[in-house]
Design a protein around this ligand. Sequence first.
Ligand SMILES: *Cc1c(COP(=O)(O)O)cnc(C)c1O
Length: 223
Amino acid sequence: MINIEAYQKILAKVNSYNATLVAVSKTKPNEDLEALYHQGQRVFGENKVQEMCNKHESLSGNYQWHMIGHLQRNKVKYMANFVSLVHGVDSLQLLKELNKQGAKNERVISCLLQVHIAKETTKFGFNYAEVEELISNNALIELCNVEIIGLMGMATNTDDSGQVRSEFKKLNSFFENCRSTMANSVFNVLSMGMSGDYEMALDEGSNMVRIGSLIFGDRNYDN
Ligand SMILES: *Cc1c(COP(=O)(O)O)cnc(C)c1O
C-alpha cells in the first residue's frame, strides 16, 4: 500500500526546489509501482539488477529506471539497454563495463559517481580525492558510451543531524567545484537525501532525492 498523501507532500517539496524525486520501489510489488505511476510518478529506483529487470519487463508504460544500489560488473549487461541512470558508479572498471555495454546497445548510459561521505565503512563509493583524479583522467575521454552527469552520496545513518548536515554541505561544495572544473555542461545532478534526511539534503543543495519508505511504507525483507 502506498501513502498517496505522503507522496504528494514530498513531491510538492521536491518540486519547490526544482529537484527530481526518485521513488525507491525495491522489494515492493508491481501493484504499488502501478499505483504510484497512476499518480504521475515516472522515475523509480531499484537496488537489485534482477528485480529491476523483472519490473521493467512486466510493467508497461513510460517508467524510467534508476539503479541506485551497488552494481556488479557482470550484471551491467542485463540492464544496459534500458537503465536511465546509474547512481552507484564506484570504480573506473565499472565505468568501463558500462561503456562497453552502452556501445553494444548503441546508447550512452548516464552515470553518477558515488562518493563515500558517511562515517560508516560499509558504504561503497570513492573518496573525494579519487573523484578528482577520475574526472581529470584522460581515459574518460575515450568512454563515449557513458556520461558522468553528477554525484551521489549517502549520509551517515545517525540521529546527529549536525553530522548529516555537514556531510551534505561538504558534498555539495565539492559538487560545485567539480561542476566548474568539468568542461561539459551535462554534469549537474547531485543525488543525496532519503526518507529520513531529504528535507535537509534539499536545503543543502541536493537536486535529486531517493525516497522509499515514506512513500511505500517499511520494507519487509523476509518475503
Ligand atoms: C533503499 C535506498 C534508499 C531509500 O531509502 P528510504 O530510507 O526507504 O527512503 C535511497 N538510496 C539508496 C541508495 C537506497 O538503497
